[in-house]
Design a protein around this ligand. Structure first.
Ligand SMILES: Cc1cc2nc3c(=O)[nH]c(=O)nc-3n(C[C@H](O)[C@H](O)[C@H](O)COP(=O)(O)OP(=O)(O)OC[C@H]3O[C@@H](n4cnc5c(N)ncnc54)[C@H](O)[C@@H]3O)c2cc1C
Length: 236
């Protein structure tokens, strides 16, 4: 195993939504060091049978644990395999890398995500609430209330931080809150944003649409941060 690969023990597994489980992974004696928002790669199997997929911890670095939220896809090679794990099992993972991390702790921030795209956003939100000095807005879109990932955490953070506003939008359920695609709610926050950084992650079409809305409203490119692969995924 290379220097930057680890064998982690699954210390806790929790069903968070009907299709998402939260996993706590521990590498005894190791201290994880990464920029919140970066991802690891989980893998199993060997040689040409190896399956490897990226996942983003929602927690801050500096401990021997990572917390992941993984959605199960029917026939999903990695998410299906993870779904079969039980506490005490081991998993291989790689050192964390990636383009999504906070660029600026002093300007305001807007985090916009859908589905499992929430994972880097939550890590960066925690980082910003710890070290940032401005206002944070967290917009999160899912299909229905029961699909919302980390809702308890987000509601608690919202209630504990004056500098944070959390808003959910549901695309497939009528409820008392916002409905429709999350990017349609951007105008509400754009009204009072100057010198704001935007972080966007989720289904590729949402990321591309959001980039277009922000560009139309005059937000400079360098203020918009994404994983960077979404445009190609939409054009495929
Ligand atoms: C940088 C990065 C970070 C990521 N972080 C997370 C994370 O924190 N949590 C998380 O759950 N996922 C995350 N993902 C997605 C993850 O890497 C896998 O793509 C996902 O778990 C599916 O892998 P699989 O092996 O189970 O499915 P595969 O075997 O690759 O695919 C099986 C089938 O599942 C369906 N499927 C797979 N992915 C999707 C999708 N995104 N949307 C709709 N249908 C799909 C398709 O029908 C596909 O044919 C991240 C991806 C990237 C690029």
């Amino acid at each position: 195993m290379s220097h930057s690969s680890f064998r982690a023990i699954l210390t806790s597994i929790h069903q968070m939504t009907p299709r998402v489980k939260q996993y706590v992974l521990q590498v005894d004696g190791h201290t994880f060091d990464y920029k919140p928002g970066q991802h690891t790669v989980l893998s199993y199997g060997r040689g040409s049978d190896m399956v490897a997929r990226p996942y983003t911890p929602v927690t801050l670095p500096g401990t021997d644990k990572l917390v992941l939220g993984i959605k199960e896809y029917e026939g999903g090679a990695m998410s299906g395999w993870m779904d079969q794990r039980t506490p005490g099992d081991t998993v291989s993972l790689r050192a964390l890398t990636g383009n999504l991390f906070l660029r600026n702790l002093d300007d305001d921030v807007v985090f916009l995500s859908t589905g499992t795209g929430i994972t880097p956003m939550l890590a960066m939100l925690r980082h910003y609430l710890q070290d940032g000095t401005g206002q944070a807005t967290f917009l999160y879109g899912e299909r229905t209330q029961q699909d919302l990932m980390f809702r308890e955490t987000l509601d608690q953070l919202d209630a504990s931080h004056e500098a944070l506003t959390v808003a959910y939008a549901l695309s497939h359920e009528d409820w008392a809150g916002r409905t429709g695609h999350i990017q349609l709610h951007l105008d509400d926050v754009l009204e009072h944003t100057v010198d704001t950084d935007f972080y966007v992650c989720g289904v590729p079409q949402m990321v591309v649409d959001t980039q277009a809305v922000l560009a139309e409203r005059g937000v400079p490119d360098e203020r918009i941060h994404t994983e960077g692969w979404e445009e190609n995924a939409v054009n495929e």
